[in-house]
Design a protein around this ligand. Structure first.
Ligand SMILES: *Cc1c(COP(=O)(O)O)cnc(C)c1O
Length: 375
């Protein structure tokens, strides 16, 4: 039986046709009609005025932070429970990440704690330059109280919605509330371009600057002239062609992933010590990954026992993100927490959740978990 992966790509015929189109038109460059169309359709899909397609979510975040004015010595608040790419661009710019713990309800940044830290720093005359708010595993963070606190103190809000495309906060998409939002089209995300990302914003000038910096900051001149340093961050027209096919099926993909979550939850509901990731009342999660926590006392097994039992059957599962304040590379960074993200890392597990996963494969995962708990 082939290995069952956590979140493999799910590609259809539309992608094949768009890519053929791109190849036959000879637009094999980080510019072209598929790229323009992908940006437009993406902006419409998430309800943002402007969308700038780039080579990765990390690149999009790097651009957003630079355009928020983040520079050497600045402090930037950031969710601790997340992938390293949420904070790496802060360090690329010579700024210092300040990690904020999660709340239990959404597993995302604790608004009360974040606001407390901003108030305290502002009172001491050290207002943070920006805040990177992550929407984890398809679940939006509680944006409003954080946005209000950021606005009050002039802290630029950047949303990392890399895992939350298709989610809602109220009737809007996470990623569309701050100065800028970023999305990712890495191979394991809800839609993929094999690798890619998007910066979204309401600010036309910010979008223009992002495009400028992402294409080596070329001044308008017939020769190559540069007054500032940019990056080579634009997305390929061929990759954008894949994205067009993927984006058209976004809501179907969300439905599949939510279906996996619902079936896992139903089939495991009688087992002691397993708790599924909650869904906050303020919106709909995409359930990008089905996540649960394991209480070893009640379950009689640890998270690691479950992971290894699945691995023995060639099934990939993963611990919840290791919080960034526990990462060796950020050992010296400031951290404000109450141990929530530490505990989630200790006992949290992500299960196979790919949109194209079959019912048989999902049932296999369920029966291995049930067997492990009955030993
Ligand atoms: C995937 C991811 C990113 C980075 O996206 P890439 O496209 O892989 O660079 C950033 N933040 C979070 C939370 C992610 O999961």
């Amino acid at each position: 039986m082939p290995r069952l992966y956590l979140s493999p790509p799910d590609v259809g015929q539309a992608e094949v046709e768009h890519v053929l189109d791109a190849l036959q038109s000879n637009w094999i460059a980080p510019v072209g009609p598929k790229l323009d169309q992908f940006e437009q359709e993406f902006a419409t899909a998430v309800g943002s005025r402007h969308a700038v397609a780039v080579s990765s979510g990390t690149a999009a975040l790097h651009l957003a932070l630079r355009l928020a004015g983040v520079g050497a010595g600045d402090e930037v608040l950031c969710s601790s429970l997340t992938f390293v790419a949420s904070a790496a661009p802060i360090a690329y710019l010579g700024a210092r990440p300040v990690f904020i713990d999660s709340e239990e309800l959404s597993w995302n940044m604790d608004p009360a704690l974040a606001c407390e830290v901003i108030e305290r720093k502002a009172a001491a005359g050290r207002t943070p330059k920006a805040l990177v708010l992550v929407h984890l595993y398809g679940q939006s963070a509680d944006i409003t109280p954080i946005l209000r606190c950021c606005e009050k103190h002039g802290v630029k809000l950047i949303e990392d919605a890399a895992e939350a495309l298709g989610a809602t906060y109220g009737d809007r998409c996470p990623g569309s509330f701050g100065l800028a939002g970023i999305h990712s089209f890495n191979g394991n995300k809800i839609i993929t371009t094999s690798g890619g990302g998007m910066l979204v914003t309401e600010d036309a000038e910010l979008a223009r600057q992002a495009r400028f910096l992402a294409s080596q900051a070329r001044d308008p001149a017939p020769h190559y002239q540069h007054s500032v340093l940019g990056y080579n961050y634009r997305l390929s027209n061929v990759s954008a062609a894949i994205g067009l096919g993927q984006l058209a099926r976004l809501s179907a993909k969300v439905t599949c992933r939510r279906g996996h979550f619902r079936e896992y939850a139903r089939a495991l509901s009688d087992l002691p010590g397993l708790v599924m990731q909650p869904e906050a009342a303020w919106g709909q999660s995409t359930r990008w990954l089905t996540c649960l926590t394991v209480d070893p006392e009640a379950a009689g097994v640890t998270r690691e026992d479950l992971r290894l039992a699945l691995e023995a059957e060639d099934i990939e599962s993963r611990p919840i993100w290791k919080p960034l304040h526990l990462q060796p590379v950020f050992a010296a960074a400031e951290h404000h927490g109450r141990g929530v993200s530490d505990r989630l890392f200790e006992c949290g597990l992500c299960l196979p959740s790919g949109a194209a996963m079959s019912r048989e494969d999902r049932d296999r995962v369920i029966s291995i978990i049930r067997r492990a708990l009955s030993r």
